[in-house]
Design a protein around this ligand. Structure first.
Ligand code: PLP
Length: 488
């Protein structure tokens, strides 16, 4: 506590009153913006270099006014924003900001707490534990899972595979991997449709990209357990050591759901860590009739789910659950003298479970979202998104010349324009042109993928503000673009 009569130093910062006025105005702007994000073209129209050229190349020698900055924000920065908050953002898995989430971010920035150790802000550690335990319960997972928040699924997966690498018992933490004749090739397995974050984790952990084995998928884009078992057995016969299997629930291209129970069974016979990537789809388990998507995860060692995808949480917030927190600690815990604190062993210290020391207060926004919506409110939104996806799939299915290219288990639709008689090359060219045209129009934003070499459009629903008219408008834009492309 400081003496209240002590004079406030001149810090060069804004005065509290200046901050109050500017922050109120910023909140007003955010409320207006989120009331009508569709006033902006969903995909930014700037060209590479436009924003950079519009900004001074050198820093200001003297302080500038907030007005000048906000002026530049509106005039120069905003045109370079692609609006993930736009209800017609269908390009990638959604990432939309709900009001309680924004409030949580604001308060967290104001507090500026760093939860590297329990003692450096007990609430940061304990609220994270409580919030993640609530989320676990909402998703129908049993107790016994330890959760921590990271920035992205890519980092969560990296941590999980780092723990798996330690869990093989080859003392890589101490002895490294170089010049070791006793070290077998460590192998990681995922489906051919797994996200590139698995590749990156394998590369960054020094396992060698060639040791990530991509298992073929079935006709519904799900990992084939028989092919997994064959690949693992062949590797063992060659003297390789299977280290981890990474099934995905909700793959990026199609949201296919790998058969986790069978994969867990096989992985366990080889003594492998199982890390489930359900970065996008995990929140769907909050919906009672969709809870089945997590069947089998109880046999896994770790699971990643991203509230910043389908849980209306502003960037960034990924959750890594593990039933083996000791393995994470084995991989990462380290205690230099300057971080020793009294009673350390009796508390969770989140720095022990990953690379980062400093840790921002991300759980606050997630906690506020879980409280504001409640389990049923969240389930209702997610259920509605799946319903919209089915509706859109129906529109495609019944329209001549268009086809669905994958099943629609959740809220993503894979489809394409495929006029009778067109070759694969023509179809690819036509759909690329259709997508280009729709995206340039500013009323909807889609992306594409390739499925077994076939060019496919993707419409991903998950934005909190997406409603039926947005889906209908996207469909209208797509058909108009197809007609224009055919007429050109
Ligand atoms: N896993 C899956 C299935 C994804 O679809 C994505 C991104 O879309 C990721 C992982 C990576 O997520 P992040 O951007 O949080 O690293």
């Amino acid at each position: 506590m400081t003496d209240a009569s002590m004079s406030v130093p001149n810090t060069g910062d804004l005065s509290p009153d200046e901050f109050r006025a500017a922050a109120h105005a910023a909140v007003d702007w955010i409320a207006d913006y989120l009331e009508h994000p569709e006033r902006h073209p969903v995909k930014s129209r700037v060209q590479p270099g436009d924003i950079r050229r519009a900004l001074p190349a050198s820093p200001p020698p003297q302080g500038e006014t907030l007005d000048a900055m906000l002026d530049d924000f509106h005039r120069t920065i905003l045109p370079g924003i692609t609006h993930w908050n736009h209800p017609s953002f269908f390009a990638y898995f959604a990432n939309s900001a709900s009001y309680p989430g924004i409030l949580g971010e604001l308060l967290s920035a104001g507090l500026n707490a760093n939860g590297m150790l329990w003692v450096t802000s007990p609430a940061v550690t304990e609220l994270e534990q409580v919030t993640l335990d609530w989320l676990r319960q909402m998703m129908g997972m049993s107790d016994g899972w330890f959760g921590q928040i990271t920035d992205t699924a890519s980092v969560s997966t990296f941590y999980a595979l780092a723990a798996a690498r330690e869990a093989v018992g080859l003392d890589i933490r101490v002895r490294g991997m170089a010049a070791r004749e006793d070290l077998p090739r460590l192998r990681v397995y995922c489906s051919e449709h797994a996200h590139s974050s698995i590749d990156k984790a394998v590369i960054a952990l020094g396992l060698g990209h060639e040791n990530l084995v991509k298992i073929p998928a079935d006709e519904q884009f799900r990992m084939r357990p028989d092919a997994l078992e064959t690949a693992m057995a062949a590797d063992v016969a060659l003297g390789y050591r299977p280290m981890a299997v990474v099934p995905c629930i909700g793959t990026t291209s199609t949201t296919s759901i790998d058969p986790v129970p069978a994969i867990v069974r096989i992985a366990k016979t080889f003594g492998c860590w199982v890390h489930v990537d359900t970065a996008y789809a995990g929140p769907a388990a909050i919906v009672p009739e969709l809870r089945y998507i997590l069947d089998g995860v109880e046999g896994a060692d770790s699971v990643v789910v991203n509230p910043h995808k389908w849980l209306f949480t502003p960037m960034d917030c990924s959750v890594l659950y593990t039933q083996r927190p000791e393995a994470l600690k084995q991989a990462f815990a380290l205690l230099p003298e300057y971080l020793v604190t009294k009673g350390q062993d009796e508390t969770v210290n989140l720095m022990d479970y990953g690379i980062q020391l400093g840790r921002r207060f991300r759980s606050l926004k997630l906690w506020m979202i879980l409280r504001a919506f409640g389990e049923e409110g969240l389930a209702e939104r997610i259920r509605f998104h799946c319903e919209l996806a089915r509706d859109f799939a129906g529109m495609v299915h019944y329209e001549g010349g268009w086809e669905l290219t994958a099943p629609v288990p959740l809220s993503l639709v894979c489809f394409r324009y495929a006029p009778k008689g067109a070759s694969e090359d023509e179809i690819a060219r036509l759909n690329a042109a259709i997508m280009e045209r729709v995206n340039a129009g500013g009323l909807a934003y889609l992306s594409h993928t390739k499925l077994n070499g076939r060019y496919t459009l993707r419409l991903a629903i998950g934005n909190i503000r997406t409603d039926r008219p947005h889906i209908e408008q996207a469909w209208h834009e797509l058909r108009a673009a197809a007609a224009a492309v055919m007429a050109a």
